[in-house]
Design a protein around this ligand. Structure first.
Ligand code: UD1
Length: 372
C-alpha cells in the first residue's frame, strides 16, 4: 500500500444515508484505511433507519458504526434534503474536513454536496456521470446537481465520462474508476447465503419494486401485482418488499397472493439478497444497483422502467428494459424460462478493485492541492 507522502494528515468525511449507499462506501473506507495519515469520519444521515434497511448492512459489510447519525428520517424530498443540509452543515463547520465523499444519487448525496461546496470543502462523487435523461426521476435531479457541484468525479463506466464532458465538466476532474459496488459483491459473494426460513423452488423469479413510477400509482401497482400473480403459475415469485411498496399496497388494499409459488418477504440483508440474485432464474426489478449486480452475476434482468442510467447493463450485460409494458414482461420471462435469456459480459473495470483506484486518485489530488 502506498502511504501518503508526509505533510499534514488528511481528514475525509464519508456521507451515507440510504441502503444503496452502504455497499458503495464500504470498500472505499477499507481502501483508504491502507494509507497513513488519513482520518475518516463516517456520517449516516438516517434517511434509511429501519434495522433491515440499514443496520444489517453495516454489520454484513463490515462498515464501522457511523461516527455521527443525523437522524433525518423520512419526509418529502424538500424536508429530507433540508434536514440533511441543516444537520450536516454543523458537522462540516465544526470538523472542517479536507474532503467530503458522497455516493450514488439519493437525497442525502445532493444535500451533503451542496452544504460542502458552499463551505469551500472539496467533494468527491463516487458513481458520477450516470444519466437516465429522465428528469421525472428524483435521482436524475440529484445526479445532475451533484455532478455540477462536485470537484472529483469518479465514474463507473465510460458512458459516465461522456455524459460529464457533454455537460461541460472539465476532463481533468473526471476519473473512470470502475464499479465500486461490484467490489463489495466480489468480496462477499463467497459468504452469500439465502434466507434460512424460505423454501425456494428450483427456478424462481426474484422481484424488487420501489420506484415512484411503479408504486406511487394505484393502477400501475395493481397491474404489476396481477402480472406477477399470473407469472407465479409458471415460475415461483420471490418478492422482498421495500417499505415504500408495502405502505402503498396496504393503503390501497391491494391483495398480494401468498403461498408456495408467491413468497412475500421482508427486505433482505446484503448476503441473503446477493444469494437470492445469484441463484435466481430471472430478476424483475426497478432498482439501479440490481441491474448492475445481475450483469456481473450473468443472471437475466428485466427492468420495469422506460429508461436506465446504467445503459452498459443493456449494451453489454444481461439487462432488458421492458418499461411499463407488462405483456412484454410476461413474454420476456417466458423467453428466459425457455433458456433464451441474456448472458452478457462483465463491463471493463468491474473487477473488484475500483475502491483502490478511488483511494489512489483521492490521495493524489488532495496531496497536490494544499487545503485552503
Ligand atoms: C431511496 C432513494 C432511491 C433508492 C432507494 C433504495 C432518494 C430520492 N431515493 O428511495 O434512489 O433507490 O432509497 O431503497 O433518495 N421507509 C421506511 N424505513 C426506512 C426507510 C424508508 O419505512 O428505513 C419508508 C418511509 O415511509 C419513506 C419511504 O419508505 O417515506 C421512502 O423512503 P425514502 O428514503 O424517502 O426513499 P426510498 O423510496 O427508499
Amino acid at each position: 500500500m502506498i502511504a501518503t507522502r508526509g505533510g499534514p494528515s488528511l481528514h475525509i468525511i464519508h456521507i451515507v444515508g440510504a441502503r444503496p449507499n452502504f455497499m458503495k462506501a464500504a470498500p472505499v473506507l477499507r481502501a483508504l484505511e491502507g494509507y497513513e495519515g488519513i482520518s475518516q469520519t463516517l456520517v449516516h444521515t438516517g434517511q434509511h433507519y429501519d434495522a433491515n434497511m440499514s443496520e444489517v448492512f453495516f454489520r454484513q459489510l463490515g462498515l464501522p458504526q457511523p461516527d455521527i447519525n443525523l437522524g433525518v428520517g423520512s419526509g418529502s424530498h424538500a424536508q429530507q434534503t433540508a434536514r440533511v443540509m441543516l444537520a450536516f452543515e454543523e458537522v462540516v463547520t465544526s470538523q472542517r474536513p479536507d474532503l467530503v465523499m458522497v455516493y450514488g444519487d439519493v437525497n442525502s448525496t445532493l444535500a451533503a454536496t451542496l452544504v460542502s461546496v458552499k463551505l469551500g470543502i472539496e467533494v468527491a462523487h463516487v458513481e458520477a456521470g450516470l444519466r437516465s435523461f429522465d428528469r421525472t426521476m428524483p435521482e436524475e435531479l440529484n445526479r445532475l446537481a451533484t455532478d455540477q457541484l462536485a470537484d472529483i468525479l469518479l465514474t463507473p463506466s465510460a458512458d459516465g465520462d461522456a455524459n460529464l464532458l457533454r455537460e461541460g465538466i472539465p476532463a481533468d476532474r473526471i476519473h473512470c474508476v470502475g464499479n465500486v459496488m461490484i467490489d463489495t459483491l466480489v468480496r462477499l459473494l463467497p459468504s452469500a447465503s439465502p434466507p434460512a426460513s424460505v423454501t425456494l423452488a428450483q427456478r424462481y423469479a426474484l422481484v424488487t419494486l420501489h420506484r415512484p413510477s411503479n408504486v406511487d400509482d394505484p393502477e400501475a401497482l395493481r397491474n404489476l401485482v396481477a402480472t406477477l400473480d399470473a407469472l407465479s403459475h409458471h415460475v415461483q415469485i420471490v418478492f422482498p418488499i421495500h417499505p415504500r411498496t408495502r405502505q402503498r399496497l396496504d393503503a390501497w388494499r391491494i391483495e398480494v397472493p401468498r403461498g408456495d409459488s408467491f413468497l412475500l418477504l421482508e427486505p433482505q440483508g446484503y448476503l441473503q439478497f446477493l444469494a437470492l440474485q445469484r441463484d435466481a432464474t430471472v430478476v424483475i426489478t426497478d432498482s439501479g444497483g440490481i441491474q448492475e449486480e445481475t450483469t456481473y452475476l450473468g443472471v437475466p434482468c428485466l427492468t420495469v422502467r422506460e429508461n436506465t442510467e446504467r445503459p452498459i447493463t443493456v449494451t453489454q450485460g444481461t439487462n432488458i428494459l421492458v418499461g411499463q409494458d407488462l405483456a412484454r414482461l410476461h413474454t420476456e420471462v417466458e423467453r428466459v424460462l425457455r433458456g433464451e435469456g441474456e448472458h452478457g459480459q462483465i463491463p471493463p473495470l468491474w473487477d473488484g478493485h475500483a475502491a483502490e483506484r478511488i483511494a489512489d486518485i483521492v490521495v493524489d489530488i488532495t496531496e497536490t492541492q494544499p487545503s485552503s
